[in-house]
Design a protein. Sequence first.
Length: 102
Amino acid sequence: MESPNMNNHQEDVKAKPETDVAHINIKVASSDNSEIMFKIKRSTKLAKLMQAYCSRTGKSTGTVRFLVDGERITGESTPESLGLEDGDTIDAMTEQVGGGSN
């Protein structure tokens, strides 16, 4: 009776890595050196991650700009379309309004 249970357990272990392949861990780093990790599917639109980040940090979605390698990204982008790999970082910059003319 122990053999069927062991076989079922082995099948579960084999199936798990296949489901993990669809997900990657993305780090969102802010200018104050804080980082938040997100686990998302490669095909998920980044708008979902952006909204979750803003919700967790208490910032408005309209005041944060998200960048990958210095290039601004949109909510329509996906990790797959940007070529992001597991462990990559998205930079979150707070938009600055106003400034310097006298």
